[in-house]
Design a protein around this ligand. Structure first.
Ligand SMILES: Nc1ncnc2c1ncn2[C@@H]1O[C@H](COP(=O)(O)OP(=O)(O)OP(=O)(O)O)[C@@H](O)[C@H]1O
Ligand SMILES: [Mg+2]
Length: 316
């Protein structure tokens, strides 16, 4: 079973403008409201590919009810902890070039009893053979070491852990010893370079990026999927390094492309695809996710079409 966890979910509002102008009035058109939250996006991709998952998270207030009803409308199974505070609403603005501006709320604070309920739920799901994908920012009221602790808890009971997080939460989760670190991580280029405190300039070659990914393997991580937007991805595990150039698609919204990649990888692992099949699916699915509005996943048929165009080269 696949469990996706969104500790700081949101109602996502995506609006479109010709060009975004800071410090002035921007009138949005085609405003689309969506169940947001990275784990929810991961679950949506898994479903689009033909798989099943349970989306876990926190929901509160009217926005929380809206979130749960939209998750249900997507045909996703959910098992959320109800909280006293109100779920946040995040605003995404896409301009005619497909470029994205995001205005994200911090989100509600989680109370101690609500957190205990979440930990109990996740302990229950953390059984041998399950894959638990932890995605996104942490809510207020929980420590920066939350993913570190959850990863240790889930691995101890035999679940595989996929982490897509950044900053301190990501850093701490990797300082956990080889038996407790996440099994799989999916930083984007910015997040990886930030982790290693490396400036992003032209000297950062694919070989250099692969080296940085390899040093995460030394910590006990089994796979690093490094996503690089339209430039594709690099996949590093103990067997080698693979480079997949980005697919050429008509991008409508790149929101959640990384979550689409996570969803495809988890789906691939759960269905025992080979490494290269998983990587190709991740690339095709995430590129497909860019062609839809908001965070909507692509149709499986489009993913299959893009799979035909996906080229993955082993570079080490
Ligand atoms: N413009 C694009 N054209 C083609 N593929 C894209 C494009 N943008 C993203 N992708 C695909 O989606 C993958 C993930 O994108 P990206 O690196 O932007 O993730 P991310 O920054 O983690 O996104 P998010 O956190 O918003 O979900 C890329 O590796 C690539 O396969
Ligand atoms: Mg991301």
């Amino acid at each position: 079973m696949i469990i996706t966890v969104t500790l700081n979910p949101a109602i996502d509002k995506t609006g479109y403008v010709d060009a975004i102008r800071p410090r002035s009035l921007n009138r949005l058109r085609n405003v689309q409201i969506d169940a947001g939250g990275k784990g929810v996006n991961v679950s949506a991709m898994i479903r689009a590919l033909g798989g099943e998952s349970i989306a876990v998270g926190f929901a509160g207030g009217g926005a929380g009810e809206e979130l749960l009803s939209r998750i249900a409308q997507k045909g996703l199974r959910a098992d959320f902890v109800r909280i006293a505070a109100v779920t946040r609403t995040n605003l995404k603005v896409v301009d005619n070039d497909g470029a994205l501006t995001e205005l994200n709320e911090p989100g509600p604070a989680i109370q101690a009893t609500e957190w205990r309920e979440m930990e109990n739920k996740l302990s229950g799901y953390g059984v041998q053979g399950n894959i638990v994908a932890l995605s996104g920012s942490l809510p207020a009221g929980v420590g920066a070491d939350t993913y570190k602790r959850l990863s240790a808890l889930l691995r101890r009971v035999g679940a595989a852990v996929f982490l897509d997080a950044d900053g301190e939460a990501f850093k701490l989760a990797l300082e956990n010893g080889p038996d407790a670190v996440p099994d799989y991580v999916k930083p984007n280029r910015f997040e990886l370079l930030q982790y290693f405190d490396v400036a992003d300039d032209d000297s950062v070659s694919d070989a250099k990026l692969a080296d940085l990914c390899r040093s995460l393997l030394d910590k006990g991580v089994k796979l690093v999927a490094l996503s690089m937007g339209g430039d594709g991805a690099i996949f590093v595990n103990k067997n080698g390094v693979w480079r997949a150039p980005g697919l050429s698609v008509q991008a409508r919204s790149t929101v959640g492309a990384g979550d689409g990649m996570t969803g495809a990888l988890v789906y691939g692992f759960a269905n025992a695809l080979t490494d290269e099949q998983c990587f190709a699916l991740a690339l095709a699915a995430s590129a497909g996710a860019c062609t839809t509005e908001g965070t909507n996943p692509p149709k499986r048929a489009l993913v299959d079409e893009l799979l035909e165009q996906t080229r993955i080269e082993r570079i080490a």
